[in-house]
Design a protein around this ligand. Structure first.
Ligand code: GTP
Length: 608
């Protein structure tokens, strides 16, 4: 069947990642319908406006005789800047480089003392008599440390935890040079310690371990050292390369030693230099809208020097630097590399991790900002769904490509996660596939799991074993193109992964979520068992639909059916988001206030 789509003779067609057939059609002056038809002939049902995977675009391009070049958002931005003669990666002559302060992020398990440590570091450094002396939280601060008789600066990102770290990395911003991993000596290595460690490793950032709370009688700092060897962090005193420092953030003990360790680690493993002259470039750390002052953004200068009066663009915002303030609320006239400053004068708050740069004039920065905004709107519209899935893995294998299967495992108990991992690694894995588990942990699938997957250079699949992701986390996964697969029995997970590895994966049915409801009240009925009084949180709840019950993000019962559904006294077939209803789950009675009921249908999967 001929579609009337034009044929190319190897002409190059550049398409943005996640482009639709309609975008492709625009570039080759074709009717979008003709490309839909071509795809159909090739065995794929794709609509004209749906965002396509790289593979789909390549397949169609090859079929029609075009040389498809897919351009990433970062490349596009570089090209945009090149139109204004700006090259962020331009080589800088050696003699223009000066050494700069290391930029440090503090990560660790909940309550292990990240916030206290950041406070202690800042306090230890407040110079007596400094004007104002009132420190402000601006998202980052710099301290000065005497080191070998020289005054050295260290910059701290003042947002503890790995959320900010991964959010920035997901946007391609490498801000952190060193991670301080805080581990409480009375608690030892905990799940988020490992998570933080994995984030740092994935980013290839050296780690200094702060063994905190050593003032507590039950503190056991040696145990922390021992525990971390299992994760490849071997203390120097044990013959390894990682510096461990005992600290007590609350009374402020060991802070100087910790700063010393940061500088030693920086000097040993990093070459931290940047040009101090030239227009400033860097990253936005955090930003908000202030009633009186308008958009307020903390930026970290990475190259060049930022001055009051400069025209800057940060993400899709632009403006002229009206004033710059440091972490003590003092006005500063200029900020060089590794210096964080709060900037007033932007048209809107940029996103954390957005790059900023100073340019020649107001007109240039306005034009860059406008073009970025237009591009973001287009990208949001196309909502990239070019996701890597077990299915794509299988396709790659069929074509004999070498590939890797990267997983993050989350489960309802550490036993089940270990069992799953053991079973995975005992599979007969084909030579062409490298199986990697990037992270593992107990509990619901979190935003930070998704961000780690999204920031990874290779596609990552998150496996949820008896645990789920909240709607918000699911939305983020969709937006970032991260695949999440849920299982309730280990062998099913193993079977599917093995099938994908052997190129046999052919799931015929998929679960389509209908909606979710929260239990607000439980009524006991001697006749029909427990009735759950619910509010529908999303989608619809339908009678006879399949359901599962979640408590704190963990599946407590699966394979349930909504056997009766009522609105007030009347039977209902379905109840929509925002409305209340009463329902029963067959004979299942172990329901509690606060539980979430998720309902779904099994639908035949549309496959090429
Ligand atoms: N004894 C003692 N207590 C500490 C020390 N450092 C922190 N704490 C206490 O530990 C608790 C948690 O400290 P935070 O700094 O809030 O911990 P965090 O890691 O920032 O916690 P989240 O923000 O919840 O992740 C607080 O009650 C602190 O007072 C320490 O060195 N010694």
């Amino acid at each position: 069947m001929s579609s009337g789509a034009p044929r190319g003779q190897g002409q190059v067609v550049r398409l943005s990642r996640g482009a639709s057939l309609s975008d492709f059609a625009d570039k080759i002056n074709a009717n979008p319908g003709s490309l839909v038809q071509e795809m159909f002939n090739l065995g794929e049902m794709v609509t004209a406006t749906q965002s396509c995977s790289d593979d789909t675009l390549q397949l169609l391009g090859e079929h029609l005789g075009f040389d498809i070049q897919i351009v990433s958002p970062e490349d596009e931005d570089r090209e945009l800047l090149a139109q204004f003669n700006i090259d962020l990666d331009a080589e800088v002559a050696e003699e223009r480089l000066v050494s700069r302060a290391p930029v440090v992020t503090v990560m660790g398990h909940v309550d292990h003392g990240k916030t206290k440590l950041l406070d202690a570091i800042r306090k230890a450094n407040v110079v007596a008599g400094e004007a104002g002396g009132i420190t402000q939280h601006i998202g980052a601060y710099q301290v000065h440390v005497p080191h070998d008789g020289v005054d050295r600066a260290v910059t701290f990102i003042d947002t503890p935890g790995h959320e900010a770290f991964t959010a920035m990395r997901a946007r391609g911003a490498q801000v952190t040079d060193i991670v301080i991993l805080v581990v409480a000596a009375d608690d030892g290595v905990m799940p988020q310690t490992i998570e933080a460690l994995n984030h740092a490793k994935a980013a290839d950032v050296p780690i200094v371990v702060a063994v905190n709370k050593v003032d507590k009688p039950e503190a056991n700092p040696d145990k922390v050292r021992q525990q971390l060897t299992e994760y490849g962090l071997v203390a120097e005193e044990y013959g390894g390369e990682t510096m461990f420092v005992n600290v007590a953030a609350k009374p402020g003990i060991g802070i100087e030693e910790l700063l010393e360790a940061v500088l030693l680690t920086a000097d040993a493993s990093l070459e931290l230099t940047a040009p101090i002259d030239g227009p400033a470039q860097g990253v936005a750390i955090e930003a908000h809208l202030d009633k009186g002052r308008g958009a307020v953004a903390t930026v970290l200068v990475q190259k060049g020097t930022l001055r009051a009066g400069d025209s800057i663009v940060a993400g899709g915002a632009h403006g002229r630097v009206r004033a710059m303030l440091d972490e003590n609320g003092n006005q500063v006239a200029e900020a060089g590399p590794a210096r964080p400053v709060m900037v007033l004068g932007l048209t809107a708050p940029p996103g954390a991790g957005d790059t900023f740069l100073a340019a020649a004039d107001d007109r240039t920065v306005r034009q860059i900002a406008e073009q970025r905004q237009a591009r973001r709107r287009a990208a949001a519209f196309a909502n990239s769904r070019g996701r890597a899935t077990l299915e794509t893995l299988m396709e790659q294998l069929k074509e004999g490509e070498k590939t890797s299967l990267n997983l993050i495992l989350k489960g309802d108990g550490s036993g089940s996660v270990e069992a799953l991992e053991d079973a995975l690694f005992s599979l007969d894995i084909p030579e062409e596939v490298q199986l990697k588990v990037l992270d593992r942990g107990v509990g619901a699938i979190t935003e930070s799991n998704v961000m780690l997957a999204s920031a990874s250079s290779e596609p990552v699949t998150i496996i949820g074993f008896n645990v789920r992701a909240s709607n918000k986390v699911r939305e983020i996964a969709d937006r970032e193109g991260v695949e999440i697969r849920y299982y309730t029995v280990i062998y099913q997970a193993i079977e599917e992964i093995e099938a994908a590895l052997k190129g046999l994966l052919k799931p015929e049915y998929e679960e389509v979520e209908l909606g979710s409801a929260e239990i607000r009240d439980v009524f006991r009925s001697s006749k029909i068992g427990n009735i759950s009084g619910c509010i529908v949180r999303s989608g619809i709840i339908r009678r006879n639909a399949k359901a599962r019950l979640l408590r704190d993000g963990t599946v407590v019962a699966d394979n349930l059916t909504i056997t009766s559904l009522k609105r007030f006294k009347d039977d209902a077939t379905e109840v929509r988001e925002g409305f209340e209803c009463g329902l029963t789950l067959g004979g299942y009675n172990n329901v509690q206030v606060g539980d979430i009921i998720e309902t779904f249908e099994m639908r035949e999967k549309v496959r090429a």
